[in-house]
Design a protein around this ligand. Sequence first.
Ligand code: ADP
Ligand code: MG
Length: 203
Amino acid sequence: MENLQAKHERSLVLIKPDGIQRSLIGEIIQRFERIGLKLVAVKMLITTEDHVEKHYTLDSNWRITNGEKSIKGYVDKGLEPPTRDPMEMSGRTLNCLKKYITSGPVIAMIWTGAHAVKIVRKITGGTEPLTSDVGTIRGDFVLDSYQLSDNDGRSIRNLIHASGSAEEAEMEIKHWFSETEIIKYNLVQEKILYDVNLDGIKE
Ligand code: ADP
Ligand code: MG
């Protein structure tokens, strides 16, 4: 039962406006596709500030965890953050995010498969492109930092959003998609990824 649930985990991914403007749609989709995840919903849209605010506050802890993470991003580099108050820090970030995510079209997607949330986050990389690992989307295709974005009073441009946990993913999926937009289908490769006996290959 546990295995069955893990194999069907879902993650919500958004290609943010800069990802689209940088012509990275194909590259981003390819990275999730080639690891073995299944795309079950996709659409392009221009969203609203209200929708963005709700998206980031679906998780009631986001304000505090985002603020603490941003402050740590400064402290770890020996820099002084603009404020030591996590709520103030994330309040600024939220305002910037509304402008950023509504600045152009975004692509919303649902990817599903074993450990989808962790796998997607691994491929996505850390929040700040300056310190995201090489080999990740945020580490390979963009060069922003907390310092640069905060000095300019804007959001960090890091190409995509990816759900932080399975619970967050389920709330985000409901926020962006209706049930009828989510497609149920079998992907041939699932046989190789998840079949226990591999007994369907040889003639
Ligand atoms: P992640 O997208 O990695 O899950 P968060 O949920 O903490 O990160 O933050 C949401 C988004 O807000 C980030 O992807 C980034 O675009 C932006 N952001 C986060 N912290 C800051 C900050 N201190 N300054 C500017 N933008 C930020
Ligand atoms: Mg997040």
